[in-house]
Design a binder for this molecule. Structure first.
Ligand SMILES: Cc1cc2nc3c(=O)[nH]c(=O)nc-3n(C[C@H](O)[C@H](O)[C@H](O)COP(=O)(O)OP(=O)(O)OC[C@H]3O[C@@H](n4cnc5c(N)ncnc54)[C@H](O)[C@@H]3O)c2cc1C
Ligand SMILES: CC(C)=CCC/C(C)=C/CC/C(C)=C/CSC[C@H](N)C(=O)O
Length: 526
């Protein structure tokens, strides 16, 4: 049998070919063939002629996901590609502020974890600065009484926690720390340019089957199995899930851990408002912002100046009353597609682009400047009420998820105290808009109230499948990541991943996608 006929068989490893041919010359010829074949199919960086970059890229959505994708796409593809970012509302999306008496307050995404390294890097690289988030005393109300109240004395707090819940609080912190430690691996993977084609593969790369298992099981199932008591789960964990995700412990274990990490010290925010990160990312990426709503995407064949027919996507969009269209080599969708939340129609795809039926949780943020009626929560005298946040247990009679006092986006306030007249700005999260009666029940008096309604986060219902990141050949979707956990940093991770994925797929770098055992492989890298 001739050596070259072997070279094209499926398991044609060089050593087997060598054994069978026996000759050194034949072996090197076959090796050369094999090498060339591999180079063509894998496109090793730096070896073959690189493919010309795409001409036009569209990103739909100028939230933190879309703008971080723009930033990383520019880094990967260079200055020649034109990047259009479509935004139908405000740059920032769910990072937004409301203005009260000339001061701005975060009404959407507000706190950032000290280990959220992408957000940290953005703030540094974009010339922004950080402010510490307020960290006052927290209490938990069950509809009748405060079942737990923090003390300003660290040692008293410890004794109280151990008295009420044994060492469960400590165990919980260790559990969250372990999950965060593994999450940090993503920064290493991304700094080495590795990308993932699905959220499940990304999660698996962080900590294997156990890590993916967290996402597939409910938080309550995971914590009950780990031996946490009903009392601890009802009085501590549920209230944290309610303030952060407006949901119960039926959410998946991964988002549960992300939510618990918000009890860590050192939370921060961007001075001037978190949304500034998005506008600065847009600027830094030299993208073209189009204030309009994308209505449809359709694949078309177009003959470019070179004369070659090329597949592109046509985006039809509306600005005011006008309808326009433009063609793109690559499209990134950086907004939830669930239940037509973004009203984008994918025309004539075969097979059709999947529909996402999971709904987003309605949530209302109300900001009120006024004097709290502390007797709602405790019978103690008003001047003895020193809590800055009240969380709630899962009681259907309660009309709020939480209430806490907040600082404006300009103030750095590590340990806020109620003002002398005890009037302050409070942020309330509730599932429905508050009625005037409800506000009057919570406040002795108030000057000002503003509300903002959101479809805030996915309604978590494990086990569930994350939507594909690759919707079509060069059409990518970022917000499937929210099914694992919704947070600014998660969207930044998704934005970076989609940029890397689009870049590697454009250039045929398949070896940079879905690599297994990355953690082990990168252990030895500096
Ligand atoms: C009340 C609230 C509190 C939160 N608190 C925190 C927190 O403290 N910490 C934290 O880390 N996270 C928090 N989050 C979550 C965080 O804000 C989100 O996970 C994150 O901002 C999502 O960013 P995104 O870019 O993926 O999506 P979005 O911010 O939703 O961006 C999508 C953008 O796409 C635009 N768009 C939609 N359809 C179209 C279309 N057809 N054409 C053009 N544009 C379109 C939208 O207008 C929007 O601006 C909070 C969220 C809410 C709602
Ligand atoms: C992604 C990782 C590892 C950590 C992110 C932790 C984090 C900051 C999660 C945000 C959770 C969330 C959606 C909070 C909403 S409410 C926030 C705050 N309590 C407020 O009062 O606004």
């Amino acid at each position: 049998m001739r050596a070259d006929s072997w070279a094209f068989q499926s398991d044609n490893s060089a050593s087997r070919v060598m054994e069978r041919t026996g000759g050194r010359l034949a072996c090197s010829t076959v090796g050369l063939w094999l090498g060339l074949l591999l180079l063509c199919s894998w496109g090793f960086p730096g070896s073959a002629e690189p493919r010309a970059p795409p001409e036009n890229i569209a990103i739909i959505g100028a939230g933190i996901g879309g703008t971080s994708a723009a930033y990383y796409l520019r880094q990967k593809f260079g200055n020649d590609v034109k990047i259009d970012v479509f935004e139908k509302g405000e740059v920032g999306g769910r990072l937004a502020t409301v203005t009260m008496q000339g001061q701005e307050y975060e009404s959407g995404g507000s706190v950032i974890h000290p280990l959220n390294l992408h957000m940290k890097r953005f703030v540094k690289d974009l010339g922004l600065s950080a402010v510490q988030s307020p960290s006052g005393l927290v209490g938990v109300y069950n509809g009748e009484t405060l079942v737990y109240e923090e003390s300003s004395w660290f040692i008293i707090n410890m004794i109280k926690l151990i008295w009420h819940y044994g060492f469960q609080s400590l165990r919980m912190h260790m559990w969250v720390e372990d999950i965060l430690d593994k999450f940090m691996r993503i920064y290493r993977y991304q700094s080495h340019d590795y990308a993932f084609s699905s959220v499940e593969k990304l999660l698996h790369s962080l900590g294997g089957d156990d890590y993916l298992g967290l996402f597939n099981r409910s938080l309550i199932e995971t914590l009950q199995k780990a031996g946490f008591s009903e009392k601890f789960l009802d009085e501590i964990i549920t209230p944290v899930m309610r303030v952060n995700y407006g949901q119960t412990m039926n959410i998946n274990g991964f988002v549960g851990a992300v939510s618990m990490s918000c009890t860590d010290p050192g939370l921060w925010a961007v001075k001037g408002g978190n949304k500034l990160v998005c506008s600065r990312l847009l600027q830094a990426s030299k993208s073209n912002l189009i204030s309009g709503s994308v209505m449809s995407i359709e694949e078309k064949t177009r003959t470019k100046q070179t004369g070659n027919p090329t597949k592109v996507y046509e985006a039809v969009y509306q600005t005011g009353s006008e309808t326009h269209s433009a063609f793109y080599d690559i499209v990134l969708v950086a907004t939830p597609l669930n239940r037509k939340m973004s009203n984008i129609t994918f025309l004539n795809f075969d097979p059709p682009i999947e529909e996402f039926h999971q709904y987003y949780e309605p949530l209302v943020t109300t900001l009120i400047k006024g004097q709290l009626n502390s007797t709602v929560f405790t019978s103690r005298a008003l001047d003895e009420f020193d809590l800055s946040t009240v969380l709630t247990t899962d009681n259907p009679d309660l009309f709020i998820n939480s209430i806490g006092f907040v600082s404006s986006v300009e103030e750095s306030n590590n340990n806020p105290q109620p003002k002398a007249d005890r009037s302050h700005v409070w942020k309330i999260f509730s599932a429905e808009p508050l009625t005037k009666e409800q506000i009057l029940k919570l406040f002795v008096s108030y000057d000002y109230a503003v509300k903002r309604s959101w479809l805030a986060y996915p309604h978590y219902m494990p086990p569930e499948k994350c939507p594909s990141i690759i919707l079509h050949d060069r059409l990518y979707y970022l917000n499937g990541m929210e099914v694992a956990a919704s947070a600014m940093e998660m969207s930044a991770v998704a934005g970076y991943n989609a940029a890397l994925l689009a870049y590697h797929r454009w250039n045929g770098h398949t070896h940079m996608i879905d690599q297994e055992d990355l953690y082990e492989k990168l252990k030895t890298e500096l």
